[in-house]
Design a protein around this ligand. Structure first.
Ligand code: NAP
Ligand code: MG
Length: 484
């Protein structure tokens, strides 16, 4: 029997726990399907308290020197880092991922905070000395005010910090809403940042459902910008809601990243990158290898190699020794992927690995799904046209680069992409023609804080990471200084 921890007040507002008035939400361990904590969900009134706290903290925070904000955030981030041993198992328990993946995630989240702490010392503006004789111009950059950050369950901490870091360094204050199913790590993260010296009200968390707390945040008149990561349909809904009040939005949405493997590629390295890129985090990543297009002449070899890797992966509880892939996050998510696989196989795809839950009697209560490979499903089947948000990979044989690029682009999404080839011309052509915010050439799909990241087409709008992220958390003003 798991005892359910009912001590969570549900929100963290103005530097302290805040007891929400909304319905209780169960937090379930995906490895065994059992609730282990209950969190009071935020009502619209609770969200209002949080937004008021953030608005109240804004003046003092935005008036600090940029480098001072960086210094404070850096110290607070360091305090979070000192509690990694507590955060890692908590994230595994509520999200399902392996302890190793939890460590990678939270370490990356802290790295992102520190990246923007570093940038806080080098932000410079534009000055034009001679617009007209005796007239000069410069560009002021001002924070927006209160930013709402809405985050999904697959990477609760990194996706939060992608928003929090540039928003806070730029002088905004933030109210975050984690996914209803992963509130705990975010609440503890906020508490640790506050203990580490982040002033009250600068960063607040409201937990609860998207349809209640999320919408209340998006529509709150004092929220100037919504930074959203999640699915395309919800992103579109948020964009529509944000139209009232002409709020700023950035949308990091779904993806179906293509990987092209040419016949001259390092095939072993490409197969490894495919397996890693698809099965990492149980396949529940926005940037992931979601469609492979391999040249016909090397296809059998590549398919065999990726299939063998999929079959070797050790599936188990995230907190068990030796587990390489944990459960999926919810039963609903598993059912969605299972449906996409079944339909694509029924339509003619060849199932080469997986295709269902594991047989292991110890894993029957959790939301497990075996690493799955489907070869050549029809190009109009769900695995080709939809985002597959789980551990199932379709692989298609293609005649050559032109067909591969055309197929890669025949998707509503445009988040990431990758190409494996030793030929410089092929690599340049793919990077040039693929419609996506990232193209990796002979490289696994790693996201760098240094480079701007954001989707094209239905994968979203705006950029996170890089110096560019600041553009989405500030307004600029051109100032002309006359000589008269
Ligand atoms: P989702 O349903 O869109 O949920 C994301 C967040 O939005 C959750 O906190 C959710 O709350 C909230 N929400 C739901 N409805 C809302 C509404 N009407 N108003 C305001 N907020 C609302 O996303 P998901 O399906 O759980 O997450 C997976 C998706 O995220 C995939 O499509 C994946 O590709 C995408 N993703 C994209 C990126 C990227 O950077 N591009 C990164 C990671 C994930 P609830 O928890 O209550 O539903
Ligand atoms: Mg959803």
């Amino acid at each position: 029997m798991t005892t359910v921890d009912t001590t969570y007040a549900g929100s963290f507002i103005g530097g302290a726990q805040h007891r929400n008035a909304g319905d209780a939400l169960d937090v379930v361990n995906p490895a065994d399907g059992r609730a282990f904590a209950r969190v009071a969900a935020a009502s619209a009134a609770d969200v209002d308290v949080a937004v008021q706290a953030a608005a109240g903290a804004f003046d003092a925070w935005s008036e600090l020197a940029v480098s001072k904000r960086g210094e404070i955030l850096g110290r607070a981030a360091h305090h979070v880092e000192e509690h990694l041993d507590e955060l890692i198992p908590l994230l595994t328990r509520e999200q399902g991922k392996t302890l190793r993946d939890s460590k990678i995630e939270i370490t990356k989240a802290i790295d992102t905070l520190m990246h923007y702490v570093g940038l806080s010392k080098s932000l410079r503006g534009v000055h034009t000395p001679n617009l007209d004789p005796g007239v000069e111009g410069y560009v002021l950059r001002k924070p927006l005010g209160v930013v709402g950050a809405i985050v999904p369950w697959n990477f609760p901490t990194t996706l939060l910090c992608n928003k929090l870091a540039p928003a806070l360094v730029a002088g905004n204050t933030v109210v975050a809403k984690p996914a209803a199913t992963t509130p705990l790590t975010t609440l503890r993260f906020a508490e640790l940042l506050a203990d580490g010296g982040l002033p009250p009200g600068v960063f607040n968390v409201v937990t609860g459902k998207g349809s209640v707390a999320g919408e209340a945040l998006v529509t709150h008149p004092h929220v100037r910008k919504i930074a959203f990561t999640g699915s395309t349909p919800v992103g579109e809904q948020i964009m529509a809601l944000a139209a009232r009040g002409t709020k700023r939005v950035t949308l990091e949405l779904g993806g179906s990243d293509p990987m092209i493997i040419c016949d001259d590629a390092d095939l072993a390295a490409a197969a490894s990158a495919a397996s890693m890129g698809r099965f990492y985090n149980g396949g529940q990543a926005c940037l992931a290898i979601k469609r492979v297009y391999v040249f016909e002449s090397v296809a059998d070899q590549v398919i065999e190699s990726i299939t063998a890797k999929a079959k070797r992966l050790k599936v188990g509880r995230g907190d068990a020794e030796g587990t390489q892939m944990g459960p999926m996050h919810t039963d609903a998510q598993r059912a969605e992927v299972a449906g996409q696989v079944t339909q694509s196989v029924n339509a003619g795809g060849e199932l080469r690995a997986g295709g269902g839950a594991p047989d292991d009697p110890d894993l029957q209560d959790g939301f497990f799904y075996m690493p799955t490979i489907v070869v050549d499903p029809p190009h109009d089947s769900p695995m080709a046209t939809e985002e597959v948000f789980g551990p199932a990979l379709p692989i298609w044989r293609v005649a050559g680069l032109d067909e591969a690029i055309q197929r890669a682009n025949a998707s509503p999404f445009g988040l990431g992409s990758s190409v494996w080839t030793k030929d410089l011309q092929s690599a340049r052509e793919a990077a040039n023609r693929i419609e996506a915010g990232y193209t990796w050439i002979n490289s696994r799909t790693k996201v760098y804080d240094e480079l701007p990241f954001g989707g094209w087409k239905s994968s979203g709008y705006g950029k996170e990471h890089g110096q560019e992220a600041f553009d989405f958390y500030t307004e600029t003003k051109s100032v002309v200084l006359g000589g008269g």
